[in-house]
Design a protein around this ligand. Structure first.
Ligand code: NAD
Length: 478
């Protein structure tokens, strides 16, 4: 059992103010794998005070100085990469190959992209032609609170900590209590890089405790949050009294529009994408909409792909999916599968209960429902498990209407060989991101949504801007 009770405050690992142990459960075995502490108000206060004290000196450093620290963090992360992959696999059940190639890798990927964006970032620049002496300056917003979920832990932590450092902010990170080990390791990297004391602080805790203390704290200027739409609303309410900036990355219910002229791998790719990370991705393509003339063929490929999807222990190497994060999530997913059956969707793969041969661990059967209709619970709610809903459409207009019929708007997907149609759809789908024919967004592109998915934009230049205030200056000496 790993024991990690201390918090990283003001450049040192310190014991919590009050003993409140919390067991981190290995989702593959249902047994505790680590024990951490949940912070009390005194811990939050100490971390915020340290960040506040460190702010004047840190914001006054040259951007190049801050960038040099980030480059050191990247080098240490690369050196200790395997430790990171193991920590993520243990705490949230990602199969070890996925933990290496996607989960841990997302951290180094984002840091590298931020380094590139920071090199091109113009911290002070002229407003434009014809306005002599008018300047625009980007300045750090101040002390920031960073609250992250468990599903892509290093993806989310690096998308917040790194641009905050680059912008000149100081910070308190509260990672998910379900998956805190990777963040504690990341704090070690920051310590090893010699980032000045107080610039980065980590306090473990739960939402009602440290999470809401940060959200309402008068010395915090901004909360950057990734997690559920429910918690995003609670944070916005808590932050209102102190008029903080609140940047939210929330849930999703992505549509994947499959036209009859799609490439032959489109359906298989869509199903695999849905099941990746055991369906626990905010941008999962969880609603597959298929043109009617291709519908039966698509169902056949989808069912076959689900049948071929192995579910196995995350410690095993190879291509398979692992368990979901915890008991509550397992039960929620079972309840939603049950609702799909009761509400009349046609089960073509998977179903209730654990996969054969797996009696312990929060394993879910890769499940696909066909003939879904827009009002079904499985079509409306974010399931956050390996469950795909498929429905037919007759024309492009109907496909867009179905795709946009959700309060969420994170990522939508299009599969078609017709370029003109793809470009039309890229503009008419309501979402922060549209990905077509299996192509991802470019390096350094912003990640974020609209509506119930939150309005934040993380990554690259846009990610740095989120941690800045824009200052307008007149009378700047040439
Ligand atoms: P969650 O909202 O339960 O928890 C996320 C974090 O918020 C945790 O650190 C938790 O302790 C904290 N928290 C919970 N309630 C809080 C409150 N009232 N005040 C302050 N902090 C609070 O979410 P989760 O179950 O950990 O993660 C899954 C959710 O995250 C899904 O809905 C998923 O779609 C979403 N997500 C979104 C993105 C995105 O970028 N849009 C990325 C990944 C995950």
């Amino acid at each position: 059992m790993i024991e990690k009770r201390d918090f990283y405050i003001n450049g040192a690992w310190v014991a919590p103010a009050a003993a409140r142990d919390y067991q981190v459960i290995d989702p593959a075995t249902e047994d505790p794998c680590a024990v951490i502490s949940l912070g009390a108000r005194a811990d939050t206060e100490a971390a915020v005070a340290a960040a506040k004290a460190a702010l004047p000196a840190w914001r006054a450093t040259a951007p190049e100085t801050r960038l040099a620290y980030v480059e050191k963090i990247l080098a240490i992360y690369e050196e200790r990469f395997e430790e990171m992959a193991q920590a993520i696999s243990l705490e949230m059940g990602a199969p070890i190959d996925l933990a290496r190639k996607e989960q841990a890798f997302s951290g180094t990927w984002h840091i590298s992209n931020f380094i590139k964006a920071a090199k091109d970032f113009e911290w002070v620049h002229p407003l434009g032609d014809g306005t002599p002496g008018a300047m625009i300056a980007y300045e750090p917003i101040g002390v920031v609170g960073l609250i992250t979920p468990w599903n892509w832990p290093m993806n989310q932590v690096t998308l917040k900590v790194i641009p905050a450092l680059i912008a000149g902010c100081t910070m308190v990170l509260k990672p998910s209590e379900e998956a805190p080990l990777s963040s504690m390791l990341f704090a070690e990297f920051i310590d090893q890089a010699g980032v000045p004391a107080g610039v980065f602080n980590l306090v473990n805790g739960d939402g009602v405790g440290v999470g809401s203390q940060l959200s309402s704290h008068p010395d915090i200027a901004m909360i950057s949050f990734t997690g559920s739409t429910r918690a995003g609303k609670a944070i916005s309410v808590a932050a209102a009294e102190t008029l903080k900036r609140v940047c939210l990355e929330l849930g999703g219910k992505g549509a994947n529009l499959i036209f009859a002229d799609c490439d032959e791998k489109a359906v298989k790719r869509g199903v695999r994408h849905m099941f990746e990370n055991t369906g626990q991705s905010c941008n999962a393509p969880s609603r597959m909409l298929v043109e009617r003339s291709y519908y039966e063929k698509a169902l056949e490929i989808a069912a076959q792909t689900a049948a071929e999807t192995r579910v196995a222990n995350p410690r095993e190497e190879g291509r398979h999916i692992g368990p979901v994060i915890n008991k509550a999530q397992f039960e929620k997913i079972q309840g939603l599968i049950e609702s799909g059956i009761k509400e009349g969707a046609r089960l073509i793969a998977g179903g209730l209960g654990r996969p054969e041969g797996l009696n312990k661990g929060y394993y879910v059967r890769p499940t696909i429902f066909a003939d879904c209709t827009p009002e079904m619970t499985i079509v409306r709610e974010e399931i956050f498990g390996p469950v795909l809903s498929i429905m037919p459409f007759d024309n492009e207009e109907e496909a867009v209407a179905l795709a946009n019929d959700t309060p969420y708007g994170l990522t939508n997907y299009v599969q078609s060989m017709d370029g003109a149609r793809r470009n039309r759809l890229a503009r008419s789908l309501n979402a922060g991101m549209v990905q077509m024919n299996g192509k991802s967004r470019g390096a350094g592109a912003p990640f974020g949504g609209i509506g119930a998915s939150g309005l934040a934009r993380e990554g690259g230049r846009w990610g740095i801007e989120e941690f800045c205030c824009v200052k307008s200056i007149g009378g700047w000496a040439e």
